[in-house]
Write a protein that binds this ligand. Structure first.
Ligand code: BMA
Length: 328
């Protein structure tokens, strides 16, 4: 039996993977990295589906219990449209969904795979049947974006991950603001990839959209460790100030979730856990993650325990904030 110290914060669902390409009503290579939302009392996943040309599109799946009996759209819900949106020439990927109470609509932030590299695009919807593109928001190379669901003093806020020309600088998580969801400015680095031997050295990116809790905004991010063998994608946690999302209050030193099971260890891209969505039912946090770029899995945790864990494993928030600006 695992000792208490080794007990996992998140518990994997016993029927994992909960969705794979065989569950789709049409032929595809893989299904992974889904956005998640609670819509009309059901769990809705916006699946990233990779077709057999290698390019991805997005398809809606709905389920009453968020685990089984998925009703999946018969054909792609949002397909890349290079004729009208040239930035989508190599497909669309990794959707993150935020509900804007003020506007009574959902905004999906997704990766538009352009000829110049990944870009951040937004689309709006009220029903997940019709999605209206708001267009590309940030130039390449940039991805791992999600919108905060409410407006701050500085405007709407978007988290994203640009890759700088100076690659030795590392790829870090940034935040930008907008008065209208279209024009973005006030760019600041939010969370720095660590250095050296750390699990999240050199490259990090947001995973699901920020979640408002009684302690502040909970962030889950992926850290990429490059080894001689392969890349390892693991997940970490941080907390931002409720009113000023530029203020990092906490950040755990160690990862909170990592590839362990065979469906996470082996696949099209091995050793990857990659969530783009989570939902909250009471205190139960449900994390929907892509496993090894091949299937979709579910892991759950008590939100109260997650916040407690972050407290126990956190670095001093002020130190995190200062470190961020030291070498920009
Ligand atoms: C990242 C993203 C994800 C993918 C991961 C592992 O850069 O593109 O879509 O799951 O790599 O391949």
């Amino acid at each position: 039996m695992a000792s208490e110290a080794n007990q996992e914060l998140f518990e994997r669902h016993r029927t994992n993977p909960i969705l794979s390409a065989a569950d789709l009503p049409y032929a595809a290579n893989s299904v992974f990295n889904a956005g998640a939302a609670l819509v009309d009392g059901e769990t809705l996943l916006l699946l990233r589906v990779e077709d057999r040309s290698g390019l991805s599109h997005l398809t809606v799946a709905r389920s009453r219990d968020g685990v089984r009996a998925w009703r999946i759209d018969r054909s792609p819900t949002l397909q890349a449209s290079p004729a009208t949106h040239p930035e989508e020439v190599w497909g669309i990927e990794d959707p993150r969904i935020s509900y804007l109470e003020d506007q009574k609509r959902w905004i999906v932030a997704y990766t538009a795979y352009s000829g110049g590299g990944p870009m951040v695009s937004l689309a709006a919807t009220t029903d997940f049947r019709n999605l209206d593109r708001l267009g590309p928001m940030l130039p390449p190379e940039n991805k791992d974006a999600a919108l905060f669901p409410l407006r701050f003093e500085q405007g709407w806020a978007l988290i994203h991950r640009p890759v700088p020309a100076m690659q030795a600088f590392g790829a870090h998580i940034w935040i930008s603001f907008s008065p209208d969801l279209v024009h973005w400015g006030g760019h600041r680095m939010l969370l720095r990839a660590r250095e050296g031997g750390y699990w999240d050295a050199s490259k990090i990116g947001l995973s699901p959209p920020p979640l408002l809790t009684e302690h502040g905004w909970l962030l889950m991010y992926h850290g990429v460790r490059t080894t001689v063998g392969a890349c390892l994608y693991r997940l970490g946690l941080a907390l931002l100030d409720r009113n000023n999302p530029c203020r990092v209050l906490k950040r755990a030193r160690q990862w909170a979730f990592a590839p362990v099971e065979s469906y996470e260890r082996y696949g099209d891209v091995s050793n990857v856990v990659f969530p783009c969505g989570w939902t909250l039912a009471g205190d139960e946090l449900r994390l929907y993650y892509g496993a090894a770029d091949s299937s979709i899995c579910l892991a759950t945790a008590s939100l109260a325990r997650v916040l407690e864990w972050l407290d126990e494993h956190s670095e001093d928030g002020e130190q995190v904030s200062e470190e961020r600006f030291r070498r920009i």
